[in-house]
Design a protein around this ligand. Structure first.
Ligand SMILES: C[S@@+](CC[C@H](N)C(=O)[O-])C[C@H]1O[C@@H](n2cnc3c(N)ncnc32)[C@H](O)[C@@H]1O
Length: 298
């Protein structure tokens, strides 16, 4: 059901075109600017983030403020990091009624997140990232949030559908790869909506999906060296069609040491002719431990 627009909501095709026109802004493809103009989809995104007055939301790329407005209605505090300076006066207008929303001008890949959290989120009970991400930097942004162990409850993001499928993929499927494993090591992923390209201005060339990544309290597998784990995963997918044996041989061993790889695979209970795409997170963990015992390190 379509919710009634409040007078200030940017999220409609007419209001978005009006704001763009009044500020003389044309969307920059290089910054992944596709503005969401559907209030129902915005509602789905906000609902998936499980926010309330006690929680904070970190938005990446607020653009004209369409999602920011809806977040500010639900969360106690909203901080939105925007790279494009042209959006700043627009946001001043569209967020003027929301005293709990702040805009930070900067690049989300460079912003000091510890400082930002201390400054804005010291009093909230939990923070989630909620965003319609610029698609050209989706993976670096998500990986930064996960690898730097930013204390988040959920990451709810609109991304290219193909990337969402890869994040949520299970072993043995064509989409399963190092991105699936990295994301699933830190989070439980769930695709919450498939979104047609018609709800954006301008329309992107790809279909989109909203994915929720619920951050885990602890990884689902035990490894003594996380860095080695991810190197083993990476190496196993270097050439998807190659066996795990051949990929690992090229990366970690030489002709004289191939017997050590044979022994490690046997110890981990993994058939050397399998491909990386068939191994679960648990099997990669066993393999990493066996390789470490065989003297492999980062
Ligand atoms: C897909 S648009 C989303 C705009 C708005 N949130 C919406 O849903 O309509 C992506 C936004 O991210 C901004 N952006 C692009 N790269 C960024 C970066 N590295 N850091 C912060 N914002 C960025 C763009 O300028 C743009 O406003």
């Amino acid at each position: 059901m379509t919710k009634p627009h409040s007078p200030a909501d940017v999220a409609s095709p007419a209001r978005t075109k009006d704001v763009l026109g009044r500020y003389g802004i044309t969307a920059k493809k290089s910054l992944g600017q596709n503005f969401l103009v559907d209030l129902n989809i915005l509602g789905n995104i906000v609902n998936a983030a499980e926010l309330d007055e006690s929680k904070g939301a970190l938005e990446i790329g607020p653009g004209l403020g369409a999602l920011t407005q809806q977040l500010a209605k639900r969360a106690g505090r909203v901080v939105a990091v925007e790279l494009d300076q042209r959006m700043l006066p627009v946001l001043e207008e569209t967020l003027s009624a929301y005293g709990n929303a702040s805009v930070v001008h900067g690049d989300i890949l460079k912003v000091d997140l510890d400082d930002l959290f201390q400054r804005y989120f010291a009093d909230v009970k939990g923070v989630s990232v909620v965003a319609n991400l610029p698609y050209y930097v989706t993976t670096p942004i998500v990986m930064r949030l996960l690898e730097e162990h930013i204390p988040l409850e959920n990451i709810v993001v609109m991304i290219q559908k193909e990337v969402a499928d890869r994040m949520a993929a299970k072993p043995g499927t064509k989409d399963y790869g190092s991105l699936s494993i990295a994301v699933q090591y830190y989070c439980e992923p769930q695709v919450v909506a498939i979104v047609p390209r018609t709800v954006f201005i301008p329309q992107p060339n790809v279909d989109s999906a909203v994915i929720r990544l619920r951050l885990r309290k602890a990884p689902p597998v035990q490894v003594s060296d996380e860095e080695l784990y991810f190197q083993v995963v990476q190496a196993s997918f270097t050439q998807r069609r190659k066996t795990i044996f051949n990929n690992l041989l090229t990366r970690f061993f030489g002709k004289e040491t191939r017997h050590l790889l044979e022994q490690a695979l046997e110890k981990a209970g993994i058939d050397p002719i399998r491909r990386g795409e068939t191994l679960s997170l648990e099997e990669f963990a066993r393999l990493t431990e066996a390789l470490q015992e065989a003297g492999i390190s980062v």
